[in-house]
Ligand binder design. Structure first.
Ligand code: GLN
Length: 202
């Protein structure tokens, strides 16, 4: 498959490398035409305000939002989760605003409060995976069909809704490909469903 990574700022290279390690093509997404032929997109961690500004400057915000709404499988990590959120605590603006979550930025504290924790996320694997949090947000409210995948200290840090997954943590900063594999399995399933659905209609 061809997996895009939004490539303005933040942990881009780490995602591109992990996608390649799982045997897929990784594509840097910087402009509208880069969206044409990808099977999924990853929105990396970084600084959501900066990435948000660049999405506007490059005029990628609107076409990306439309693609996600139309079903493009999307995984937002950390700042990427903030970009997906319909609501951001203490802020009037939002960015892609496609996911029914409210997020709190830097909710676990500042850079020096960054931490790691090992946890089993049942939906993802029966083995513990390492979760890395860096100036991480957490989710303070979910609505509609948002499914909670993981909590840390009773705070929501991983969710899924339709074609979207969002995590407060950074699997791409560990050596463990389990979470990426989980995302790509979801992408493959969706593709199968799509083919099945279209064949049926025809
Ligand atoms: N604190 C950053 C923000 O608000 C997110 C940090 C990260 O992506 N590691 O955008």
């Amino acid at each position: 498959m061809k997996i895009g990574v939004l490539s303005f700022q933040g942990g881009v290279v780490e995602h591109l490398n992990q996608i390649k390690r799982l045997g897929h093509d990784s594509i840097e997404v910087k402009k509208e035409s880069d969206l044409n032929d990808i099977d999924a997109i990853i929105l990396p961690g970084g600084e959501s305000t900066t990435i948000g500004k660049l999405l506007n400057i490059t005029q990628l915000m609107e076409p990306l939002r439309e693609k996600i709404k139309a079903g493009l499988p999307t995984w937002g990590t950390c700042a990427g989760m903030i970009l997906l959120a319909k609501e951001i605590e203490a802020k009037k603006i939002n960015y892609l605003a496609t996911m029914d979550i409210k997020v709190k930025r830097n909710a676990f504290g500042t850079q020096i409060d960054s931490f790691k924790v090992n946890k089993i996320i049942e939906e993802v694997s029966d083995k513990e995976i390492e979760l890395v949090f860096i100036r991480a947000p957490y989710i303070t409210e979910v609505k509609n069909n948002v499914e909670i995948l993981c909590k840390v200290d009773n705070n929501i840090v991983a969710v899924k809704q339709d074609n979207m997954i969002a995590t407060s943590f950074h699997p791409e900063l560990t050596d463990d490909l389990t979470f990426l594999k989980y995302f790509l399995d979801n992408v493959e399933e969706k593709n199968i469903n799509r083919t099945f659905c279209c064949e049926k209609v025809l």
